[in-house]
Design a protein around this ligand. Structure first.
Ligand code: F0G
Length: 357
């Protein structure tokens, strides 16, 4: 008899096909995305004084290109190929472009990405470049880039793969499925950073669909967090010149604004802002105290949970899931920007002894 290998890793389309708009005719372009771990927070609940509250990190930085974007991109690219596309295009603060470039390279599609000059983490830029995309830096911000991409893709010859492409949302909702599969039910609270607002929209859709299918009993309160300098949904108006150190969510006019409001209001949740200082503190905390290295935008959700805990928001005997959207390795410049610089010493035992106290 032929020996079967125990390990067969599959991506989100195969795993969740009955919940996705795919058919026999859909070629599955996958990098084994998804199936990311739900890591129990050890230090954070104690730090926040939360009793009988379990906090989990859904660590999306462990996807093939290092962010949650791979879930939506396997869908968007597979459908683009099914529909006969030759090329795809996106605007991006970095992660979408890295993911689009990877999946496009895997199936021979041309990929064009528009990114804001100077406001993209180095790791993301080099990914798009190395996966072979045509990278166009625009002297403007993400919102302007997205507007240009919409115009460029209007006639349908080039497929748009930003999250206004509904297949992106379909793929991204599978993260909610995985959480329910792991926990046995939905958590009471789900915290998530909000930029272009596609992901909060997708999670809410996923939670609702899974509940309707009888896979969960409850729905979580959706807790979205924007960076204070880039908080259009919180302020209720587009921000013309968004600013934040969390460049991934440096967005002033989110495409899925309505989806975010719907997630907030239907779930009884909230969308609030956190400052760059709060983001930085959370970013350092999860790396230095939990051993989980996520990028600054991801830390916005941790900062948000800290803020809400401070005003007694969370009930006892509940669970909070925080989506850590991308890997800390994406942004080496920010990671090295603090004063705790690396010591450089002579290769001598005494020098090492001096340094080790
Ligand atoms: N976290 C990270 C690491 C991101 O890259 C993004 C979005 C978000 C959070 C926010 O998610 O846009 O669905 O609300 N990045 C997009 C990009 C805009 O181009 O990579 P969202």
């Amino acid at each position: 008899m032929v020996k079967k290998y125990a390990v067969k890793k599959i991506g989100i389309i195969e795993r969740y096909q009955e919940f996705l708009p795919v058919s026999e005719a859909t070629p599955i372009i996958s990098l084994n995305e998804g199936n990311t771990p739900l890591i129990l927070a050890e230090a954070l609940p104690a730090e926040l004084g939360l009793k009988n509250v379990r906090i989990y990190y859904k660590f999306e930085g462990l996807n093939p290109t290092g962010s949650f974007k791979d879930r939506g991109m396997t869908m968007a690219i597979s459908k683009a190929v099914e529909e006969g596309a030759q090329a795809v295009m996106c605007a991006s603060t970095g992660n979408t472009s890295a993911s689009a470039a990877a999946f496009a390279s895997r199936c021979g599609l041309k990929c064009y990405v528009l990114i804001p000059e100077g406001k993209i983490a180095k790791g993301k830029l080099l990914q798009a470049y190395r996966y072979g995309a045509k990278v166009l830096m625009i002297k403007g911000n993400f919102d302007q880039a997205l507007e240009l991409v919409k115009q460029m893709t209007r006639d349908g010859r080039i497929k748009l793969v930003n999250s206004i492409n509904p297949y992106r949302i379909e793929g991204q909702k599978t993260a909610a499925f995985e959480i329910v599969d792991d926990l046995g039910d939905a958590p009471e609270y789900h915290a998530i950073p909000v930029g272009n607002a596609g992901n909060i929209t997708a999670y809410w859709k996923g939670y609702k669909e899974y509940k309707r299918a009888g896979k969960s009993e409850i729905l979580p309160l959706m807790l979205g967090f924007q960076a204070a300098g880039s908080a259009p949904i919180v302020e209720g108006r587009p921000i013309e010149k968004p600013e934040t150190i969390a460049t991934a969510i440096r967005i002033g006019n989110p495409a899925s604004w309505q989806g975010a409001l719907q997630a907030r209001d239907e779930s009884g949740g909230l969308i609030e802002a956190v400052t760059d200082e709060e983001i930085t503190r959370a970013y350092r905390f999860i790396a230095e105290r939990e051993g989980v290295f996520a990028e600054p935008a991801s830390a916005a959700a941790v900062a948000g949970v800290r803020k809400l805990a401070g005003r007694g928001f969370f009930k006892e005997n509940t669970r909070i899931v925080i989506t850590l959207t991308g890997s800390g390795l994406k942004d080496p410049d920010y990671a090295l920007s603090f004063d705790d610089k690396i010591e450089i010493i002579e290769p001598e035992l005494d020098r090492v002894k001096e340094a080790v106290h």
